[in-house]
Design a protein around this ligand. Structure first.
Ligand code: ADP
Length: 213
């Protein structure tokens, strides 16, 4: 089976002389859920930004379906991100000025999806994750745990082939964590490569494999 996502000899540093990643390589395959673990500050979130084409590596590269993502224009990378990736950021990263539903729809509409179809699917996901809110609700009116589940709705709405999730269960109780993990696993069973940064040993145990940074 060929990899959906490949990190090829990735090196990265924010500051000179403080290398976070050095020649780091890994393949991520369709249908698998991979846990990325390691101590705080080791570079796990940074790795997700690199894999998600939001940061450019100092050297090395990221390949999608074997094709290098580097060397493309910013616009092409943005389009590739929207068409291929679902992101769940650690702090949910919702736009406070927009309603929750508009936050969820953002990527799919950017891709040119049909609004009515996307709204229906968004409501299904919100029901599934227990965040059925008023249409006018804004991110400032929801709890941290709700925001995290809203971010997950946004990430999964476009049926992404690659899911990058940074501590997706960090603010959740065990029952909600279970719902989130199952949803990520379902996405993998639909053929996605799912990569989860987590400190939760129970979550790590349930992943197909663990990559320690
Ligand atoms: P982890 O997710 O493993 O906790 P991070 O990727 O968040 O690690 O951060 C790795 C290191 O890089 C930390 O020392 C952090 O302070 C530093 N760092 C993170 N973001 C930036 C940035 N934008 N500029 C400079 N240093 C950063």
């Amino acid at each position: 089976m060929s990899a959906t996502l490949t990190a090829e000899k990735l090196s990265f540093r924010y500051e000179p002389n403080t290398s976070l990643l050095e020649n780091w390589s890994a393949d991520f395959f369709p249908g698998e859920v991979v846990a990325v673990t390691g101590p705080s500050g080791r570079g796990k979130s940074t790795l997700l930004y690199l894999l998600g084409l939001m940061l450019k590596p100092t050297s090395g590269g990221v390949l999608i379906d074997g094709s290098p993502a580097q060397g493309r224009s910013d616009r092409e990378r943005a389009s590739l991100r929207a068409s291929t990736f679902g992101f769940v950021f650690q702090d949910a990263a919702l736009d406070p000025a927009r309603t929750v539903i508009d936050n969820i729809l953002e990527t799919v509409l950017y891709r040119g999806g049909d609004r009515a179809v996307a709204v229906n699917r968004a409501h299904e996901l919100m029901d599934q994750f227990g965040v059925a809110l008023r249409a006018s609700a804004k991110p400032g009116q929801v709890s941290g745990g709700q925001a995290q589940r809203i971010a997950l709705c946004r990430a999964l709405l476009g049926n992404p082939r690659i899911v990058l999730a940074d501590e997706p269960t960090g603010n959740l109780d065990p029952a909600s964590s279970d719902v989130v993990f199952r949803a990520l696993y379902d996405q993998a069973s639909r053929g996605a490569a799912v990569i989860i940064v987590t400190h939760d040993p129970l979550l790590v145990q349930r992943c197909d494999r663990e990559l320690m940074l």
